[in-house]
Design a protein around this ligand. Structure first.
Ligand SMILES: [Zn+2]
Ligand SMILES: [Zn+2]
Length: 258
């Protein structure tokens, strides 16, 4: 689908379908969820703000962010956003910015304040919410979180906005917690770092993405967070062997509506 899809009831825009490793068309992790009256940015790898700008979404309008874990390919532009909120000529943020994320988020933000001049909010409130596994309610959306075994605190989330369910695994290992979390998701955004057979203890491979979508009875599966050596076509075939629903291999700027 194309950017013309913007404006429908619920959209997912892939801002970064890659990892920390440079790759053409796959930038570090970032996703914009547009649903109802609520926009949420999932992860903020480097370049996320620029790509939001490119699709016409200003950093000034970002009110909700989810951070899955603290690897650099998921957080670096959060630092840029904190600076931009204070340092825009002729404008300063006054609305509350909510940052939700895994345990350790408060300590992480405090470390950013210490390391990066100009990031402490000057005229606005920062609402930092460390999410444990389980359900959480916010104005406009429900959220369920689960640990993903990628790092000790890494989280996946299930977003329920109006009648739509979007699940984002963040970086993750194939595990039962994710099957429960992804149950009957309209869209399952699943990290797909490697092809089947690649030895990994902290990431998914393509066959595992398909298995998760099948076991969870998801409607659509989006493969993302591909390392450069992970071949798109092979990843798609390996996932298709496990899951008979629609599968899309993501690249930057993919727009999906539900
Ligand atoms: Zn990552
Ligand atoms: Zn990671």
């Amino acid at each position: 689908m194309t950017k013309e899809a913007i404006g429908r009831s619920m959209e997912i825009i892939v801002l970064g379908a890659g990892t920390a490793i440079p790759a053409i068309g796959r930038s570090p992790a970032g996703y914009l969820i547009r649903g109802g009256d609520t926009d949420i940015v999932l992860d903020m790898g480097s370049g996320t703000l620029s790509r939001l700008h490119t699709i016409g979404k200003s950093y000034r309008e970002i009110d909700n962010i989810f951070i899955s874990h603290f690897h650099s390919d998921h957080v670096l532009d959060l630092i840029m956003l904190l600076q931009a909120n204070n340092a825009t000529p002729g404008w300063t943020r006054v609305t509350t910015l909510r940052i939700m994320g895994c345990s350790g988020l408060k300590k992480f933000i405090d470390s950013v304040f210490l390391l990066f001049d100009g990031t402490v909010p000057e005229n606005y409130q920062l609402d930092i919410v460390e999410l444990g596994p389980g359900r959480h309610s916010f104005p406009g959306f429900q959220l369920e979180a689960a640990l993903t075994r990628h790092t000790s605190n890494s989280l996946a989330i299930r977003l329920e906005i109006e009648d739509r369910i979007i699940v984002y695994t963040g970086d993750a290992v194939e595990c039962d917690e994710l099957i429960t979390l992804a149950r009957q998701a309209n869209i399952l955004i699943c990290e797909c770092s490697f092809l089947a057979g690649f030895e990994t203890t902290d990431h998914f491979s393509a066959d595992g993405c398909g298995r998760l979508a099948h076991k969870a009875d998801a409607k659509r599966l989006i493969l993302t967070h591909l390392y450069p050596e992970t071949d798109d076509e092979t990843a798609l075939l390996q996932a298709q062997n496990q899951f008979k629903g629609e599968i899309i291999v993501a690249r930057d700027n993919l727009v999906l509506d539900t």
